[in-house]
Structure formats: structure tokens, C-alpha cells
Design a protein around this ligand. Structure first.
Ligand code: ARG
Length: 296
């Protein structure tokens, strides 16, 4: 649902719901982990976005990645950088390295052998940061398919993460997990089809955006029941990976091409922060894929 909002930016600090038509949005300082794209390339095709015959400009990829890193820093967030492992061209997509909530981490186990070796590197990194990491038995690709809200975890399955991993994650993180089935191979990870706009951990209620076409009929129903006021995104915005966004509760960093979504977010009281990650899109990833959040 789009809320028409003719407020000026100054009005956005207003706490009066009757005027704003949406809750006051508040940023919370976040802790992110990113991985330098020093070895980034498209050498194999494990999702429909990847075409190894299309060249990647690695200098440009690194510049774009660094703009994203600096955007987080300028918003006041902490960004730790994990060292890339040679021979792991997809390791820049740090979201896939695990999920951490409240000091508990659930490690990744990649679906495709090409990415298998990344799991240990992320686990070692998280342990060195003092996190207790549960090593998974079941295939799961971390925050690619697990999106944390304050009271539950939304979990994707269908292409990468196995349904068994949803139960394993619930036990490991001690949070309820809501399983959602992805049905469109272009949206192969949950974070390509659904964005957490507000995790519900502050004063405002949890808020999400999603592309309904990426989900099975039952999962669409689940999303409608749980989030009746969610933003439903057009296929056009979904196809530029507009939902592969990162929110701090107020500022939402998202792919610059998602123009309509940015307008919708503004009308809901958020501040869109567009970034251009065209080189990383050639591998089927964007903002969120490059960002692992260590949730408090
Ligand atoms: N080329 C990577 C893969 O197919 C992209 C991963 C994107 N990550 C994400 N969190 N959606 O695995």
C-alpha cells in the first residue's frame, strides 16, 4: 500500500501520528561485516543472473563496493571487513556467511561446491569476534535466506537453503522461524525477494517490502496475514534487485535503479540511500548480499 505524504523533510521528525500517517522512523546503529571484492568474478553460473561470458570490470566493482561501505560509515554504522579468500569469487556476498542474532551465530553450509570453502572463513571470523557459532548440518546460505526481525526470523527455501535448516536455525538462534517458499529462480535467495524495512526492535512495528510473484501461493498468504500493511513491490523494482536493501530503521540503502520503491519508502517516512552496484549485479547480488549484519 502506498501512503500519499506531502510532508517536507523537516516534518519527518514529527512524532504526531495523525499528521505523519506512519510511525516515526528511528535509526539504530548497526554492526555490519563486508568482504572486499578483490577476487570477485563471474566464473560459473549458479543463478540466472550469472553469465561467465559477460566481462566484469573488477576495478569498478571495487569502487562500487567501497561507496556502499562508506555509505554505512557515514550513517554512523560499524563496518568490519573480512579478508577475501583467493579462489572464492562470490565471497563479496558476505550475507551468505551465516546469521547472528543476540550473540548467537548459525553458520552457513553452501548449496554449490563452488562456494563451499567460504563457510569456514566466515565461521572463523565470527568466532574471532567472540561469537558462539553453531555449525550447521543442513544446507543454508546465511542471511541470504534468513532475515531477522526482533521477534522472528523469516526464512526462504526452494533454491538454496533447505527446509531442514529452518528448524536447525530456530534451535540455534532460539527464535521462531517462519518458512517461506521461493518459486521464481531469478529470486533464488529470500533477500532478493523481501526486504526488512523495520525489524520491529524499536518503537515502530515490524515493516517489510516484498515481491509477491517470488513466493508460492501459501507463502504469499502467510506474508499477507503477518504483514497486512507491507509494501508490495512491482516486478520492475524487483528485477533490479531493489529489495536487496539494508535498513537501519530510518535510512534504507538500496540499488539506485529501484526508483519507484525509493519513492514508496519516502512516503512511509524512510530515507532512501541509493547506491549503484551494477558490477555486482552481474553475479546476482546487490546491497544486502554484500552485507552481513551482526544483529544485537
Ligand atoms: N553469485 C552469488 C550466488 O549465486 C550471489 C549471492 C548473492 N547473495 C545474496 N545474499 N543474495 O550465490
Amino acid at each position: 500500500m502506498t501512503i500519499i505524504d506531502a510532508r517536507t523533510p523537516a516534518d519527518r521528525t514529527s512524532k504526531h501520528l495523525s499528521v505523519t500517517q506512519h510511525p516515526t522512523r528511528t535509526a539504530r546503529t548497526r554492526h555490519y561485516v563486508m568482504c572486499t571484492p578483490s577476487h570477485f568474478a563471474v566464473e560459473y553460473a549458479i543463478n540466472p543472473w550469472m553469465d561467465p561470458t559477460i566481462p566484469v570490470d573488477s576495478v569498478r566493482a571495487t569502487q562500487q563496493w567501497d561507496v556502499l561501505r562508506r555509505a554505512y560509515l557515514s550513517l554512523g554504522h560499524r563496518v568490519d571487513v573480512i579478508a577475501p579468500v583467493p579462489g572464492q569469487p562470490d565471497m563479496v556476498f558476505a550475507a551468505n556467511g551465516g546469521i547472528t542474532v543476540g550473540g548467537r551465530s548459525y553458520g552457513a553450509k553452501f548449496r554449490h561446491p563452488q562456494r563451499e570453502a567460504e563457510a569456514q572463513a566466515f565461521t572463523d571470523f565470527l568466532r574471532a569476534e567472540g561469537h558462539d557459532v553453531v555449525e550447521p548440518v543442513h544446507v543454508n546460505e546465511g542471511e541470504g535466506d534468513f532475515l531477522a526481525l526482533s521477534t522472528m526470523i523469516l526464512a526462504g527455501t526452494g533454491f538454496r537453503t533447505s527446509i531442514e535448516a529452518h528448524v536447525e536455525a530456530a534451535e540455534a538462534l532460539d527464535r521462531p522461524v517462519v518458512s517461506l517458499r521461493l518459486v521464481d529462480p531469478r529470486f533464488y535467495h529470500l533477500d532478493t525477494a523481501l526486504a526488512v524495512l523495520d525489524d520491529g526492535g524499536g518503537d515502530a512495528p515490524a515493516d517489510i517490502a516484498y515481491y509477491p510473484g517470488a513466493f508460492s501461493p501459501h507463502s504469499r498468504r502467510t506474508l499477507r496475514d503477518l504483514f497486512p500493511d507491507a509494501v508490495q513491490v512491482s516486478e520492475m523494482d524487483a528485477l533490479v534487485l531493489g529489495l536487496n536493501a539494508v535498513s537501519d530503521g530510518l535510512n534504507i540503502v538500496l540499488p539506485a535503479a529501484a526508483i519507484e520503491l525509493a519513492e514508496t519508502l519516502k512516503a512511509r517516512g524512510y530515507v532512501p540511500v541509493p547506491v549503484e552496484l551494477g558490477e555486482l549485479l552481474k553475479s546476482g547480488g546487490s546491497v544486502k548480499c554484500c552485507t552481513m549484519e551482526l544483529h544485537a
